[in-house]
Ligand binder design. Sequence first.
Ligand code: 13P
Length: 284
Amino acid sequence: MYLISSHEMLKDAQRRGYAVPAFNIHNLETVEVVARTAAKLHSPVILAATPGTYRHAGVEYLVSICASAAHQYRIPLVLHLDHHEDEQDIHYKVEAGIHSAMIDVSHLPFEENVAKVQRVVTFCHRMGASVEAELGQLGGQEDDLIVDAANAHLTDPDKAAEFVARTGIDSLAVAIGTAHGLYKEEPRLDFDRLAAIRARVAVPLVLHGASGIPDRDVRRCIELGVCKVNVATELKIAFSDAMKAFLAAHPDASDPRQYLVPAMAAMEEVVAAKIRMCMSDGKL
Ligand code: 13P
């Protein structure tokens, strides 16, 4: 089965008032957990992988594993390029069968960001792939991407309108107070800013850094136009904590088919909870 673009998935979410969860995956086991939970709950999902994940798992392996999961569970699946920056790398991966890309050059000055995103949109649309880009910058850490508090800044609604109009992107990642990774203090989201962006921008909006954000805040973001919600850290913690607990209780265990099972079960619980938070269950 073919790995689809996220364009139609996000448009459906926008029309019907829910969000598609985008879960960061790393290997066979994590793809399997997301695909089987999505199939069980009849939820559209996006499998997101950072450049570091493609380096770890291999592009061809990941494409094959995700396409096999779509085939096995008979569900549409998107494999997405999360936080990619290098244009040649995006070309290579789209040509390898991935139809959804985030070009993240939000750290560049506005005009350079626009020019780079325009080029990626031209290429990706010709290849049938959808494009997400970011304006403003989230703080925190996502793999190799580290943004300290001094460089994090929120999305300007007027600039967002210009950015979307000039680039032709399919979805816009917004910075409204979330951050990648764990929060030291309770995050305060700028809902007024989100509403102002929504009033000026028609494409689906994307919320990064959703780990640790209370469900009620994510739901409010969905009401205000967010159609894709990215979750990574909470999945990694559930997976690794369960594996550590199993190995502590069974110090002689050495078979991955044993110690990965509780890790996958713990991750599945988080995936199911986030699907329900996004109200995407039953939408397939
Ligand atoms: P968290 O790790 O904070 O969930 O963020 C995930 C993300 O935004 C991936 O792009």
